[in-house]
Design a protein around this ligand. Structure first.
Ligand code: IPM
Ligand code: MG
Length: 493
């Protein structure tokens, strides 16, 4: 594994980093800029060192990724290649591998420290977060990056202590962090708390105040789990859908939002509202990501009954025509989309949709893959003028209060959410790949939590599955290290 301590390169290589030229760096995803990143333009690393303002920032702009960021309305989202859980960098051998290995190490000295805020929340949140924390600690021990971890309360857990679903102090920490890892919130215990203090309000405040408008929800069917899907294997095998959900607008936040007395009962109002810029920026994210995948976008709305649907359709069509004519765009009514998802889901590549439809369609898509317990998600904001981007990573599953505290929860979606953070917030693509492979290994070993249990498999607890991921990480890292050593060994002619 390239980022692991046993094979740290000579510090000399580190110091050479800013004057060497490493075209192969360009094969990876473009890491998001973060506080301590180095600035390396493909093909001219010296250029980068001139602009780092002494901050030792690295900004790896390269190839397609740069192209993808051109039309993103400031989001500059890194490419989400097909099969995010699989190796995303083309396999590399011999001299190529050596060069990449060195280049990677040269960069890493600048990519060392990140602040992560962990918000486990309620229900199974704390259990799955505990396993994810162990994975983070594993990377702290074995990798060259250091994650400073801080944990705080959110949801019902915060309400019990502070009387609110998230405190201002926690919000401040979230705003300052390089990324937030979020577990789950809610449960029957808090059914009676005032609406504005319900556990979900903590999550919604985080999304709104961090301006996390782009929610990426991949639904990928692991081959080992295809039989666990309620749909037939041939319908779901190889499934790889990305739902791009608008996350800070629509009916979730529109005003008025109230229940009033009419004198003849009550009247409840939610307001669905979208403005042009909100639709434009989420459409750009979807088109950008599609270019890195199968190049197809379905835009789902209800223009047959909703004015927001009419505007959505109009804006997505215009953005497509003006900026992404090479991407195949199909408009689909959201109800039809739900039906098509269970009829023949493989027709979809990227689905872009609003906040509410995205909530519903992503649950449906998630279940196609066998279990909600498998799916991670990323919520990203726009890049600021310092190149920083707010980000929150959370599993798609909820708090599952019925199994909370029993050690039955599946930690894979939460650990996978960390994988997305490694990739999208920290530019640690190879570490993310290592983690993805470790998860795939554990599944291949036949280990299953209750939600994905099948005949002939071994039922394990949350902790046991977490431990298996750690063991698989170590095994995969040893394997990679062996390969790196082999590549370094002098070859006889
Ligand atoms: C989700 C959840 C949330 C949502 C809840 C917990 C507020 O269902 O992230 O999909 O509705 O967005
Ligand atoms: Mg939901």
């Amino acid at each position: 594994m390239n980022g692991l301590k046993p094979f740290s390169p000579n510090p000399f290589f580190h110091s050479m980093m800013s004057v060497l030229h490493f075209p192969n760096l360009c094969q990876g995803s473009r890491p998001l800029r973060s506080r301590k990143q180095a600035n390396v333009e493909c093909g001219d690393a010296t250029e980068a060192s001139r602009h780092d303002g002494g901050l030792k920032q690295a900004n790896v702009e390269c190839g397609d990724a740069t192209k993808a960021s051109r039309h993103d309305g400031g989001l500059k989202i890194p490419p989400l290649d097909k099969g995010w859980e699989n190796a995303r960098v083309p396999s590399w051998n011999g001299a190529d591998r050596l060069q990449r290995w060195q280049a990677r190490h040269l960069m890493e000295v600048f990519l060392s420290e990140f602040n992560l805020l962990l918000l486990p929340g309620d229900g199974i949140g704390p259990e799955v977060m505990a396993e994810t924390r162990r994975v983070l600690e594993w990377f702290n021990t074995h990798g060259e990056h250091q994650f400073h971890l801080e944990e705080d309360l959110v949801g019902g857990a915060a309400y019990d202590v502070h009387g609110v679903a998230i405190t201002d102090a926690t919000m401040e920490k979230a705003l300052q962090a390089d990324a937030v890892l979020f577990g789950a919130v809610g449960g029957p215990k808090w059914d009676e708390v005032p609406y504005e203090h319900r556990p979900e309000a903590g999550l919604l405040r985080l999304r709104k105040e961090l301006q996390l408008f782009a929610n990426l929800r991949p639904a990928i069917c692991y081959p080992a789990l295809a039989d666990g899907s309620p749909l037939k294997r041939e319908v779901v095998e190889g499934l790889d859908i990305l739902i791009v959900r608008e996350l800070t607008g629509g009916v979730y936040f529109g005003e008025p939002k109230e229940i009033t007395e009419t004198g003849n009962g009550k009247r409840a109002v939610d307001t669905q509202v979208y403005e042009t810029y909100e639709i434009e920026r989420i459409a750009r994210v979807a088109f950008d990501l599609a270019r890195k995948r199968a190049n197809r976008v379905h835009s789902a709305e209800k223009r047959n009954v909703m004015m927001t649907g009419v505007l959505w359709h109009e804006v997505v069509s215009r953005v497509h025509e003006e900026e992404f004519p090479d991407v195949t765009l199909e408009h689909i009514l959201a109800d039809n989309c739900a039906m098509q998802l269970v009829r023949w889901p493989k027709q979809f590549d990227v689905i872009v949709t609003d906040n509410l439809f995205g909530d519903i369609l992503s649950d449906a898509a998630a279940m196609l893959t066998g279990s909600l317990g498998m799916l991670p998600s990323a919520s990203l904001g726009a890049e600021d003028d310092k190149g920083r981007r707010k980000a929150l990573y959370e599993p798609v599953h909820g708090s599952a209060p019925d199994i909370a505290g029993k050690g039955q929860a599946n930690p894979i979606a939460m650990i996978g959410s960390l994988g997305m953070a490694l990739r999208y917030s920290f530019g640690m693509v190879q570490e993310a790949e290592l983690l993805d492979r470790a998860i795939a290994d554990v599944l291949a070993q036949g280990l299953r939590t209750a939600d994905i249990m099948a005949e002939g498999m071994t039922l394990v607890s949350t902790r046991e599955l977490g431990q298996a991921v750690l063991d698989a990480l170590a095994a995969q890292a040893r394997k990679d290290a062996g390969q790196a050593q082999e590549a370094l060994a002098p070859k006889s002619i």
